[in-house]
Design a protein around this ligand. Structure first.
Ligand code: ATP
Length: 303
């Protein structure tokens, strides 16, 4: 590495602020190990993730990459094995059982993939949405439930029970239910997994409405790589770590997508397999600071 380039770039900058100090969601080197019998499964292997207040972020990744585990941790249903995780003022590593109940009641809303898991079958939409409300006086709950159903476009289904609605309509009622206590964070685990493309689009639109109009920060897990066209930021998880991010930017009315690798706090970056294969990058590589970028070369190549 060139000392002169480092000097020219002003190497001795001020120490960085605490990781994610102004983010709503901070996952810092998160580890979750499951023990089943003598077998240990590392579902999260040092995952870093920051989500700012007001963002809508999609989390994608292959089956088994750790997406649901991450959401279970953020929802307060599961506790990580190591690392740090904070949502707003809540330190999820240090939470007692009673805090966990308050956290889940006031700070987060959750939408599951299985429509049947989100709603009680013998209640109407309005009753389902009103049921979890704690901060709203009893006599105002039905009206507020109606407003939330209107927000996600299913106000006309307020008096129907789940079995009288399509899967997509049920998921939109589920989103209204998750918003009942005005959570700062809405988590959705494959909310469109059981739906066809058109209906999935309506559910995504409802999540976007929750994000834009109710100001709720949204983290949505999905298998569907095409969602990066629907959200500003898509985070890919591979092997229990965040490996890349796609950002959608608007330039002159057009949306462009740019893919970034994610560098962890120790400076580690995962080089994609196709790049490693193309240049035969194996165990040892040469790094060089080149003014405005860092190059990675195979061991033994000429500088
Ligand atoms: N309770 C558990 N006990 C043991 N292993 C578990 C448990 N929960 C998850 N795992 C394992 O942890 C890894 C990550 O699982 P996770 O469900 O988070 O992945 P995922 O990305 O959500 O997958 P999918 O898209 O299939 O839902 C997998 O190898 C899984 O088998």
């Amino acid at each position: 590495m060139s000392e002169s380039t480092l000097e020219a770039l002003g190497g001795g900058a001020a120490p960085p602020a605490q990781f994610g100090h102004d983010a709503l969601v901070v996952c810092d080197n998160l580890v979750r190990i499951f023990q089943s019998g003598s077998v240990e499964v590392q579902a999260l292997q040092g995952l870093d993730l920051l989500v700012d207040e007001g963002e809508m972020v999609a989390v994608v990744g292959a089956s088994g990459s750790g997406k649901s585990t991450l959401l279970a941790v953020l929802s307060g249903m599961d506790a990580p094995t190591a690392g740090k995780v904070r949502v707003g003022r809540w330190d999820l590593m240090a939470m007692h059982a009673s805090d966990r109940v308050a956290y889940r009641r006031t700070m987060v809303g959750f939408v599951w993939q299985q429509t049947s898991r989100n709603l009680l079958p013998y209640l109407t939409s309005r009753q389902n949405v009103a049921l979890p409300m704690t901060g709203t006086p009893r006599r105002q709950r039905a009206a507020r439930a109606g407003d939330l159903l209107d927000l996600v476009g299913v106000g006309h289904l307020a008096d129907r029970q789940p079995h009288e609605m399509s899967g997509g309509e049920q998921q939109r009622v589920a989103i209204a239910t998750a918003l009942a206590n005005e959570p700062q964070l809405l988590l959705a685990d494959e909310p469109t997994g059981e739906l066809d493309t058109t209906t999935a689009q309506e559910v995504f639109d409802a999540l976007r409405t929750a994000n834009r109009e109710a100001g709720t920060t949204v983290v949505v897990v999905t298998h569907d790589q095409a969602v990066s066209g629907q959200v500003e930021r898509t985070v890919a998880i591979r092997d229990g770590r965040t490996s890349s991010e796609v950002l959608r930017r608007h330039t002159g009315g057009d949306a462009t997508h740019e893919e970034y690798a994610v560098m962890d706090r120790a400076g580690r970056v995962q080089v994609p397999k196709e790049y490693r294969d193309a240049l035969a990058l194996t165990r040892r590589v040469r790094l060089a600071l080149e003014g405005d970028h860092v190059s990675v070369r195979p061991d033994g190549s000429a500088r």
